[in-house]
Design a protein around this ligand. Structure first.
Ligand code: ADP
Ligand code: MG
Length: 339
């Protein structure tokens, strides 16, 4: 009979890494979310070779105290929740304390950080999960994380990576989702020598949409807004004349997080029933805010799917808001926002 053994932390982290970090884009998402959780108003993303050689994220957030630096890469270590009770009131994008543990297990990982009230920064170099070096260093207030040679010690995972261009495409999509969800934050994205995006902060989501998808798409968008005692819904949907052949231009955000939700996508489709031909999908950029206790974000490690306490109500709110808007809007001409 085979003997039962408890797996070592290193193996456990590699297993977790498989769930959370599927490809370079997953690491970019996790790091950008950490920067936002740290209250950053500026986040700079630098990528080399589709993220396989280098992912570098620099932010101006709260920074990490030197004594906490080793904890950032410990599994299930987080500053964001303290109890099971708090798990149901999560106000941050992260809370599982898994991302840095996973990433640092499968890469060469450099963390440099300086809290705003500290005179200098500290850096910690981690190679495949083991800390190589920790020492004071010069660095601006905030945090810089560099990930090199992702998956260097998990060759099977590395083999599944696609071309530089494909991997960068995924990174660019992850970047877009986060930048659309947080128009008030200054983001930049560099790939090699190319500055792909420089997005100054803007109060207006439409501005971000214009940068990513062009003026033609941005200028025809129809404003939607509705709120009840619990849920606030704000954003834009497309004029039916600008429908798409797939639903990839449907961006739904919940409490600052990009989500995929079949029910809400269905509600969108229903709202356009009779306005679109079969097989066509509306454009949407919708931001929802609701009390965190009304939604369970702990459904999947990547938190792409969530579970609403009352999904029927949100479905009806979205459908009702759009139907009303369409009744009040002349959809036959290209919509122009009021000056
Ligand atoms: P989680 O985000 O779920 O807490 P992570 O593994 O992503 O777990 O990060 C672990 C911890 O490291 C965070 O809880 C946070 O305290 C700290 N941290 C990570 N990135 C940053 C950052 N950019 N700025 C400040 N603190 C950070
Ligand atoms: Mg995190």
């Amino acid at each position: 009979m085979p003997k039962i053994q408890q797996l070592s932390p290193s193996v456990v982290n590699k297993i977790a890494a498989g769930e959370v970090i599927e490809r370079p884009a997953s690491a970019v998402k996790e790091l950008m979310e950490n920067s936002l959780d740290a209250g950053s108003t500026r986040v700079d993303v630098t990528i080399e070779h589709g993220g396989t050689e280098l992912i570098r994220i620099a932010d101006n957030g709260c920074g990490i105290a030197p004594e906490d630096m080793p904890l950032t890469i410990a599994s299930h270590a987080t500053s964001k929740i303290r109890s099971a009770e708090e798990l149901f009131h999560v106000h941050t994008l992260g809370f599982r304390g898994e991302a840095l543990a996973s990433i640092s297990e499968v890469s060469q990982f450099l963390l440099r950080s300086r809290p705003h009230d500290a005179d200098c920064g500290n850096e910690m170099l981690v190679h495949g999960g083991s800390v190589q070096e920790a020492q004071p260093c010069g660095c601006p207030p905030g945090t810089i994380i560099e990930i090199r040679n992702l998956f260097f010690n998990t060759p099977v995972r590395k083999k599944f990576l696609k071309t530089t261009q494909t991997e960068f495409g995924h990174i660019s999509e992850a970047f877009t989702r986060i930048a659309l969800a947080h128009p008030d934050v200054h983001f930049t994205l560099k790939h090699g020598a190319r500055l792909v995006h420089d997005l100054p902060p803007s109060a207006d989501l439409r501005e971000r949409v214009r940068v990513f998808f062009g003026a033609e798409i941005a200028d025809q968008l129809i404003d939607v807004e509705s709120s009840n005692d619990q849920v606030t819904l704000r954003g834009f949907v497309g004029n039916p004349r600008f429908s798409r052949s797939n639903n990839r231009m449907q961006y739904l955000f919940l409490n600052g997080r990009y989500i995929k939700d079949r029910a809400l996508q269905h509600a969108l489709g229903e709202a356009y029933r009779g306005l679109l031909l079969h097989g066509r999908y509306p454009i949407a950029f919708l931001r929802m805010q609701m009390p965190p206790e009304m939604v369970d974000v702990n459904v999947h490690p990547t938190k792409l799917e969530v579970r609403f306490q009352d999904s029927g109500r949100i479905y009806s709110q979205l459908l009702g808001t759009l139907r009303q808007k369409f009744l009040a809007t002349d959809l036959t001409s290209t919509y122009r926002p009021a000056e």
